[in-house]
Design a binder for this molecule. Structure first.
Ligand SMILES: *[C@@H]1O[C@H](CO)[C@@H](O)[C@H](O)[C@H]1NC(C)=O
Ligand SMILES: *[C@@H]1O[C@H](CO)[C@@H](O)[C@H](O)[C@H]1NC(C)=O
Ligand SMILES: *[C@@H]1O[C@H](CO)[C@@H](O)[C@H](O)[C@H]1NC(C)=O
Ligand SMILES: *[C@@H]1O[C@H](CO)[C@@H](O)[C@H](O)[C@H]1NC(C)=O
Length: 400
């Protein structure tokens, strides 16, 4: 984390300075310890990957980390029978969506618990061991802003993940719907922004492995009964084991409108790619408009360009959706827009880390000035991405 990045706005928030400093210090020392541990694991792991990639890795690696087989055994195993029963035989009527790697069904377990069942599609070439590997890591992730995995099922070719069911569906079903959007007042929206930020921070820094989501979007933010956000579809994201915070891939996964320029054009991704997507989400939440397909009568910029125009003219508040007029807290709206703009900067270095984002959202200090954001439209994405494949990364078949 860049200390200088934070210095500016923390300095000016005198009343909170001491508390914030303590937080930063304790986070820093925690991070240092974590880095050391992760580095050790990473070095071992890297050597491993270099030597041999593939199925065996899952077993032989266990001794080199602090995980044990019991970790996986703690996660409930479900029989295919019980899952078929819960979903009416994977009935089309139970289908609630299409995840990154296959269909998602609503199910009701024998004990009446409602669940979301993700079935790995047959066209996904993910192997059993890789799948187990994923389950193993997802099971380790626990945060109130991440959807909880409650079990798994492996049966022949069938590979299924069972998650907690989110009654209020996904954020996009509210945000971009003319009638339902009125149910999301400003306090809810600000709460969702906060919660998402904390969830992503956890993935990036606080979980034992650094995880880059790579497909953050309104459709992947689920809402519980109290409208708390829970990030989903993070399990098949890239996990990082240490020092390499930027990597290249030839498979660009992600969604137009949310994907960062360096990732879309060069296949280069890092935690800052997630920061970019988060920034887009913030601006969408404030405006109620989608970045992808955004249009304006006065110009042809997308949502990011539009926000930048308003910001420069000191008219940021006009970005806010009119339905929020009665419920909004002006300073929070302006701060959110400002942070959003910082997150969608063209240069990776100009974007804050997720830790900075969380601190910026809770403090009242002066924020750094954003520059012109990266604003391009869907049409300008290149057909082909970088060709280099990474030697020691597990390549997940994650085509869509
Ligand atoms: C892992 O540990 C077990 C027992 O602790 C040992 O029997 C096994 O040989 C070890 N495997 C490797 C690859 O080191
Ligand atoms: C406000 O949000 C609604 C719902 O998404 C959207 O239809 C409408 O266009 C937005 N208003 C403005 C002025 O952007
Ligand atoms: C969210 O779900 C809860 C529980 O089903 C429900 O009471 C509440 O009205 C829902 N919120 C919205 C905005 O639909
Ligand atoms: C921007 O707008 C705010 C509130 O409308 C005002 O107080 C401030 O002076 C303006 N700043 C500039 C540089 O015009």
């Amino acid at each position: 984390m860049a200390a200088s990045e934070l210095a500016g706005f923390l300095n000016s928030s005198t009343n909170k300075k001491k508390g914030a400093l303590t937080i930063i210090l304790s986070i820093s020392s925690g991070m240092l310890l974590l880095s050391a541990v992760v580095y050790t694991c990473a070095t071992k792991k890297k050597r491993h990957h270099m030597k041999k990639r593939g199925n065996r890795e899952y077993d032989s690696e266990k001794n080199s980390t602090d995980f044990s087989t019991e970790d996986l055994d703690e996660l409930p195993f479900f029989s295919l029978n019980s899952i078929a029963k819960a979903t009416n035989g994977f009935s089309i009527n139970n289908k609630i969506g299409e995840g990154g790697f296959g269909p998602v069904y609503k199910g009701v377990l024998e004990d009446r618990q409602e669940v979301a069942v993700k079935r790995l599609s047959k066209t996904s070439h993910q192997g059993v061991d890789e799948f187990k590997n994923e389950v193993f890591y997802i099971a380790k992730l626990q945060h109130r802003n991440l959807v909880k995995l409650i079990g798994y099922c492996i049966h022949g070719n069938e590979m299924i993940l069972i998650y907690e069911y989110m009654v209020n569906g996904s954020l996009d079903s509210f945000l971009f719907d003319e009638t339902r959007s009125s149910m999301l007042d400003w306090p809810h929206r600000f709460g969702i922004i906060h919660g998402m930020a904390r969830g992503i921070l956890y993935l990036h820094q606080d979980s034992r492995l650094q995880i880059i989501h790579r497909d953050l979007k309104a459709g992947n933010i689920l809402l519980d009964e109290d409208m708390n956000p829970k990030i989903s579809d993070f399990g098949l994201a890239r996990k990082f084991v240490g020092f390499d915070t930027s990597a290249k891939t030839k498979k660009v996964v992600g969604t137009y409108g949310y994907i960062s320029p360096e990732y879309a054009m060069h296949g280069r991704f890092s935690t800052k790619s997630d920061v970019f997507s988060f920034g887009v989400l913030v601006l969408e939440i404030v405006s109620g408009r989608k970045n992808q397909g955004f249009s304006h009568k006065d110009h042809s910029d997308n949502l990011l360009g539009h926000t930048w125009r308003l910001f420069k003219e000191n008219k940021s508040i006009e970005l806010m959706n009119a339905s929020l007029r009665d419920s909004c807290v002006m300073s929070e709206v302006l701060r959110s827009i400002h942070v959003g703009l910082l997150c969608v900067q063209h240069n990776v270095e100009d974007r804050p880390t997720m830790l900075s984002v969380v601190l910026m959202l809770i403090s009242e200090g002066v924020l750094p000035q954003p520059k012109q954001p990266a604003f391009f439209t869907g049409e300008s994405y290149p057909e082909h991405y970088g060709k280099s494949s990474d030697e020691y990364m597990i390549t997940l078949p994650y085509a869509r």
